[in-house]
Ligand binder design. Structure first.
Ligand code: NAG
Ligand code: NAG
Length: 390
């Protein structure tokens, strides 16, 4: 009894200090201009600095209106918890910002919510023609719209990202960050506008989100662990991709990814694992792809360990070990004849692939097919196309 009342008193004390310190920082009270032209970056950084110095839970509020801002880096650590609430639009500069890799970044923060019904508008259409990476090896970066770097314990919901210049959302060095009801949109022909890039991060989840882009819906790169993607709609774009892995030497492993109850529509790939043909060693293992609807997807199920864009590599065999990959209840329409393709490494053949209840039709002429090389696994239940495993 005594213990309980002490605990209660402690709770009341904590709650009241939180209440005392709960402050609202409306950017309009700091001189922000919602004219869509004035650069608000100085105001935003000033507001961030003040909020970050406060204990308790503090809300930075961006009300309705178009707030243009150049690059802003919201840096922690902060003394309390920050809620970044955006109901208006943060608008990128119309300048292409060639050579810059980020636009809005949250960095080094423990305890953050980003929420609201607002959006981050990257002003991509004005910059896409500067992306000449297909022809020019020294091509310059175009900035990613929203980045989380070394952020722990965060909750991001309801926001929208549109028309990034480069990638849309990037997550690097983060732990325990949950995204829900995120909308990401860029046109099918926009270059390298990956929806979500994750690297070197642990315990990241995506729930009930819609992602349409000109590149990968998700790209799970080196060091992604314990990632859940649930009830996400992807399309158009290049689909959900693990990799490409093996290009750099350290920390290339990707493990424990669950993709569940998702729909892919009109994408180049459905669920793909891709590793460079010439690669460093690494592990890609423990993945589950379950309850996935494919609507006119070009390569619904694909492992490509011979990835070598522009034929820029020596003909060699990938040293990434792919193992323990489960595909369950994957159904729908393939827009190419080979609906299941496992092209694994000659030196590190795929191990423990598992296909359960696969039902894919080809929407062209002829039978739907599987192709396999250096792939080991088992198959259960329905298998359309017929599996290579017996
Ligand atoms: C992913 O989902 C599983 C259950 O399906 C759950 O146990 C796990 O905590 C989730 N991980 C994350 C990062 O949300
Ligand atoms: C996925 O869908 C199935 C079937 O509709 C449902 O039983 C299951 O709870 C869903 N799982 C998640 C994590 O949404």
């Amino acid at each position: 009894m005594k213990l309980r009342s002490t605990a209660l008193a402690l709770f009341v004390l904590l709650a009241s200090t939180t209440l005392i310190h709960a402050k609202d920082f409306n950017v309009n009270n700091y001189g922000a201009r919602a004219d869509g032209k004035t650069d608000n970056s100085k105001v935003l950084l000033k507001v961030w600095k003040e909020a970050c110095e406060e204990k308790g839970s503090n809300t930075i509020y961006i009300p309705a209106g178009e707030f243009m801002t150049s690059i802003v880096e919201f840096r922690g650590p902060c003394k309390g918890y920050i809620v970044f609430k955006i109901d208006g639009v943060l608008k990128a500069p119309s300048d292409p910002q060639l050579g810059k890799s980020i636009w809005v970044v949250f960095k080094g923060i423990d305890g953050l919510t980003v929420t609201g019904n607002g959006r981050f508008d990257g002003q991509g259409p004005l910059a896409w023609r500067y992306n000449d990476c297909k022809k020019n090896k020294q091509c310059k970066d175009l900035p990613n719209t929203l980045s989380f770097r070394n952020v722990n314990n965060a909750w991001v919901n309801n926001i929208k990202l549109v028309d990034s210049k480069g990638g849309q959302l990037s997550i690097n060095g983060c732990n325990n960050v949950h995204f829900e009801n995120i909308e990401i949109k860029a046109p099918e022909d926009s270059p390298n506008t990956d929806g979500v890039r994750i690297s070197a991060s642990n315990h990241i989840s995506f729930l009930r989100s819609v992602i349409g882009t000109g590149d990968d819906c998700f790209a799970l790169n080196g060091g992604s662990r314990n990632i859940n993607i649930t009830q996400v709609f992807c399309g158009p774009g290049h689909g959900i991709s693990i990799g490409s892995l093996g290009r750099v030497q350290d920390n290339e492993d990707v493990t424990n990814v669950v993709v569940q109850n998702c729909t892919l529509k009109g994408t180049n790939n459905g669920v793909r694992i891709k590793t460079w043909a010439t690669s460093y060693t690494g592990i890609a293992s423990d993945f589950t792809f379950e309850n996935i609807q494919m609507i006119n997807v070009n390569n619904p199920i694909i492992i490509d360990q011979k990835y070598c864009p522009n034929n820029a590599c020596v003909k060699a065999s990938s040293s990434i070990q792919v193992s323990n990959v489960k595909y369950k209840n994957i159904r729908g329409i393939s827009s190419s004849q080979v609906a299941v393709s496992f092209l694994c490494s000659e030196t590190k053949p795929c191990q423990k692939l598992e296909l359960t209840d696969i039902n894919l039709q080809y929407n062209g002429k002829g039978p739907v097919k599987t192709e396999c090389s250096y792939a080991n696994g088992v198959a259960f239940g329905t298998q359309k196309p017929a599996s290579c495993f017996h």
